[in-house]
Design a protein around this ligand. Sequence first.
Ligand code: PMP
Length: 412
Amino acid sequence: QTLFNNIEQLPPDALFGIRQRLAQDSRAVKVDLGIGAYRDDNGKPWVLPSVRSAEQLIQQDPNYNHEYLGINGLPELAAGAARIIFGENSNALNEGRVVSVQSLSGTGALHLAAKFLSTFLAGRPLYISEPTWANHKSIFQSQGIKTVPYPYWQASTKSLDLDGFLESIKDAPSGSVVLLHACAHNPTGLDPAEKQWPAILEAIASKNHIALFDSAYQGFASGSLDRDAFAIRLGVEKLAKVSPVFVCQSFAKNVGMYGERVGCFHVVIPQQDDSTVDISKVNKAIASQLSKITRSEVSNPPAYGAKIVSKILNTPELTEQWHKDMITMSSRITKMRHELREKLVQLNTPGNWDHIVDQCGMFSYTGLTPEMVKRLEAQHAVYMDASGRASIPGLNQGNVEHVAKAIDEVVR
Ligand code: PMP
């Protein structure tokens, strides 16, 4: 009976810990700016109208059932997902150079990437932005991949340290893997400008590095799928003759399918000079290896959410409604960014708050210190990550004033 007595109890996951404390907080006004999930103006989770319509269509189908999907998931989902991420006119897609499989949301896609890398490209370090989504480190380290931070957020200016970023890419051993946030960088909300991406991707190409894009917010950041896929599409083009590109795609945020775990993993095979190489054979080989990984871990991915997202991607009227839904979400977030900043300016809160409106996507990296964040929670029942990362959709007309006053109080 001593076998388990020395197991160390770990602290709760930071964000799920916030959720727990919030549930136990009995104060009348409490604000959740912790976990990254969209809320409507009443602070409630939002089921997208396009999702409701897709659900009805699926359930009306006389063949509706809950059978297993294939090991690599729903082919129509993967094909539709590839179309939106790479674009209708993608050379890589037209040339059959993309392997696309369904995954257990974005996290599952990252895990497939990690497994695939550790199996076929072992020993290459993974470069991750400083800071990045905390789970990146855990997912890749758990597969024995060494992670190395690259400079990204310059705290003094609340802007991108492009020079440090480029230098780090150039100094990395050839053939390293560079993890890039496709858009709406988590946690900073700060993306490279479109005119900065060519230099980043050229630096990656110059060292034969592999780009691994994490796309968890396509369409959620700007309201436009095309705009939010800019970096990925440019990367696929610039690296076409150089090295593979990996894309980990989540539908958690842009379709609001958080708990249904819908995602895809894509491997873009580089163009080959050697005309004897049969791309379709390479494509099938990679798909079979991904299938082997999935089979041993989850057997096959979840079906319900995949059917909904596939229906949206493959039914023109639903696709159109979905585009409107993404604009509804992204524009409410933008509006709340402006309201929060305006209120802080009105209160004469010390400091400059322009970054709140300059940043994009789910989060704002507010610049509040861990002590201030602690006080926000203790004195004002405003909850956010200790890093000062605030999930903006947690703001609404009913609580933005409370939050502004709370921030004002803690920074003074
Ligand atoms: N990558 C990033 C940068 C994220 O912010 C998230 C969600 N927090 C994910 C991946 C994966 O999310 P999920 O597994 O829910 O799709």
